[in-house]
Design a protein around this ligand. Structure first.
Ligand SMILES: Cc1ncc(COP(=O)(O)O)c(C=O)c1O
Length: 332
């Protein structure tokens, strides 16, 4: 058995400790139980298998990608098992644990300033594209604009949810960066039942919320935030707004307070986007009157953020003192 064959078919757990209407249920797919530690194993294995089949990725070639860490971990894992070289670029806000994990699996990591403007030479996306163009025979997954990203979720995440819960599914709720998860999963669930509601969660400081409402990419909306792996400063082609019914904005505090709740009450120590996703699922649950089943994903584990989300000093220093997080908890 190869480690790659254990990707997918992740557990679907019911969250029972949140204050939501009695006839509304929330289920979360525990994506951090994928072997590379995140939901991104699904898209990377899918895209690389396709590239191998089409002869775009030759033995011993170099894989290049811009990543906030999880796609990189999946690439590094598969590159290690299949003899590829991996070069990964990332913004410097990505936690040290994530950077080091990639290096541990033999990947070369290039850290770029988070503050670099999209399109500028120092931006991590531009940097990956330059390395790809300068490296003969290299393959770039291009996860932001590659339709196979959403297709991987259409073929795996969506069907797994439907197989487990069937027509009881009322809503799918998830944050998005490339948009692959929300777009592909929503498309599949809506194919099965067009009334399934799809809700994107977007961090304050990202462009998607305004774009969904007004069709405008507003650079003045771009602002720093701490949650890693959600929101964007540019439109990703994978983000399919035709499959999305609503966009709800969240803050770092919403996400981190929910992370504390998930760890302490549900035994699920998750990353920031998991906190955001569950916070959003709770908001949707509270807005529903009739019996409903809401599904979300827990994209990665809290082990990658011990030095941040689970470090009281870091939380305090960055404006998330125990009072802020505690005062949010009763609202959950
Ligand atoms: C931790 C985490 N959560 C969620 C996402 C969002 O997934 P998607 O790119 O499919 O929109 C990412 C993507 O980078 C991520 O790293």
């Amino acid at each position: 058995m190869n480690i790659q064959s254990s990707i997918g078919t992740t557990p679907l757990v019911e969250l029972r400790t949140f204050d939501i209407p009695a006839d509304v249920r929330i289920f979360a797919k525990v994506e951090f139980m994928n072997p590379g530690g995140s939901i991104k194993d699904r898209i990377v294995s899918y895209i690389l298998a396709d590239a191998e089949n089409r002869g775009l990725l030759k033995p011993g070639a170099t894989i290049v990608e811009n990543t906030s860490g999880n796609t990189g971990a999946a690439i590094a894992m598969i590159a290690a098992t299949r003899g590829y070289r991996a070069i990964l670029t990332m913004p410097d806000k990505v936690s040290k644990e994530k950077q080091d994990a990639l290096r541990a699996m033999g990947a070369e990591v290039i850290v770029c300033p988070t503050s670099a403007a999209p399109g500028s030479a120092k931006h991590y996306v531009t940097c990956a594209r330059r390395i790809h163009s300068e490296t003969p025979g290299s393959f770039m997954l291009n996860q932001y604009d590659n339709p196979l990203n959403a297709e991987a979720h259409f073929r795996s995440t969506g069907p797994e949810i439907w197989d487990a819960l069937g027509p009881s599914v009322t809503a799918f709720v998830a944050s998005g960066s490339t948009g692959g998860t929300i777009s592909g999963t929503s498309r599949f669930l809506k194919l099965k039942n067009p009334s399934v509601r799809s809700v994107l969660l977007d961090p304050a400081g990202s462009i998607y919320h305004r774009y969904f409402r007004d069709g405008v990419v507003d650079p003045s909306q771009v602002a720093p935030y701490f949650v890693e792996g959600a929101g964007e400063d540019h439109l990703a082609e994978c983000m399919d707004f035709s499959a999305i019914d609503d966009v709800i904005q969240f803050t770092d505090a919403d996400a981190f307070a929910t992370c504390q709740h998930l760890a302490k009450r549900e035994g699920l120590m998750c990353g920031g986007t998991s906190g955001a996703n569950v916070w959003g699922a709770v908001q949707v649950a509270r807005s529903l009157a009739e019996p409903a089943t809401i599904v979300t994903v827990l994209p990665d584990s809290g082990n990658k953020y011990i030095s941040k989300i689970y470090n009281p000093d870091w939380l305090r220093q960055n404006g998330f003192g125990s009072d802020e997080l505690r005062t949010l908890e009763p609202n959950l």
